[in-house]
Design a protein around this ligand. Sequence first.
Ligand code: BGC
Length: 539
Amino acid sequence: MYNASTKWWRDAVIYQVYLRSFADQNGDGIGDLAGLKSRLAYLKDLGVDGIWINPCYPSPQVDHGYDILNYEDIDTVYGDLDQFDGLVRDIHDLELKLLMDLVPNHCSVEHPWFRSALRSNRNSKERERFIFRDGRGPDGEQPPNDWRSAFGGPAWTRTLDGQWYLHMFDAAQPDFNWHNRNVQEFFDRVMRFWFDRGIDGFRVDVPTTIIKPINLEQHETSSMVGQDRPELHAIYRRWRSICESYSLRREVTLVGEFWDADIATSSANSREFHQAFYFDLLVQPWSAAAWRRAIDGALNKFDDESRIVWTLANHDVHRQVTRYGIVRRNSDSCHPIIAALRPRGQINVEQGERRARAALLGLLMLPGAQYIYQGEELGLPEVLDLPDDVRQDPGWKISDGSDPGRDGCRIPLPWSSEPPSFGFTCGCEEVASWLPQPEWFGKYAAYDQIKDAGSTLNLYRSALHARRSLRDPYREEKFSWGESPEDIVLYYRGSEFACVINFGDEVYSLPVGYRTVIASGHISSDELPGSTAVWLQRE
Ligand code: BGC
């Protein structure tokens, strides 16, 4: 009998599949569902508990799937619904879970609702589903307010009849009006559509921006968006009740992409979302004090550790090896949060690799769930030198390159060391992948790393398997800090397990009475070198 209190998600490790760049089975240079199916055994062997797939719904792909024109289908570039259903079965046969991406803030300008809104009158019910307003100034030629889009540039675009519509991201992504009942009911259906096909949950895209003040014109700054407003929570509760309606059959989950830690905690603590991403750790530099502060921040805010989703990378940020490998930062002209997510400067890749391996162990023993972005298990660095003419990220385009953009972490994965596609495109090696892979990608090939005991891939596999075997003993064990010098992060799970990360350069003498479960690099029996981490178990 199904036990509704299993909370399978509470300490799950979920692997994020950026489908376009994962594996291409049909030979068009773009990853697809069949490619993912062909690599499920790889993911099972890696030792993760489930998969989250970035949006694969029909889309003009302006923001690579985050601009959706049909929420209830699969883009033909990736496959079709039959293939999707088969994938769900295969994933479940392997006892893995599957999460999709729910994008409620905006759709595509090609969505039938938006197209009919453009064809309709100013005060029509079609326009009510979006956020249309008259402009300011005598002829309404100025936008209704000064809001900026997250990608840069104004958050308003003018239509042919002179009204303006709001888009918090690209102009091709019009924002829905969540005060409108049609919109609310539409998303109820979308959620049920995918839950009925068997998925186990949604990662919800930017859930904080969906509600805007009704009198937009009076608000001169877009900080009014993303505030913790009561209407937001009413919608979150509505989504949660849809999840609960499945509870007799299985336990489905909602994980919110919250960049605001207060809304993250209030939504998780009030059980509207099952879990919330806690990005504060991701934005920290390589510093023990910064890690301690960020971890404490989460543990103090969430009332239950299993509500926290930790991650160190995703499809929106520079890869860990590159972030942790920065030896001298450029003074960036972009917004500080962009500079933290996608920093530029001089990189020492070897240093970044050691630190990223250590960070993995630091991450995986934290209480809660962890999400791993594809390619991190290969230790891939960010591709920083893409020529301008191949770049596709709207954020890079709109900011004229002052935001380095997100293409460099989305390069198709290297599976083998054979150019030109490094095993990404199956069978048809002459086809160029949608973003070009650099020559050095072959060095990181997954299938070669499997054969190398010291590879980053094997570190991930060993760590995930060790975590799985320790999970039962330490699952209920409380997190506590250990005494340590400034450059060392030392934390315990109960009295039996410890994780030690050396953020400095000096060797650190490990606590006595413990055996090493796994280390991120070479260690002697009782000393931990710099940029290395270890899990310990009491002897
Ligand atoms: C996603 C981005 C996307 C944006 C707009 C996010 O936070 O992770 O990749 O561009 O939402 O949908």
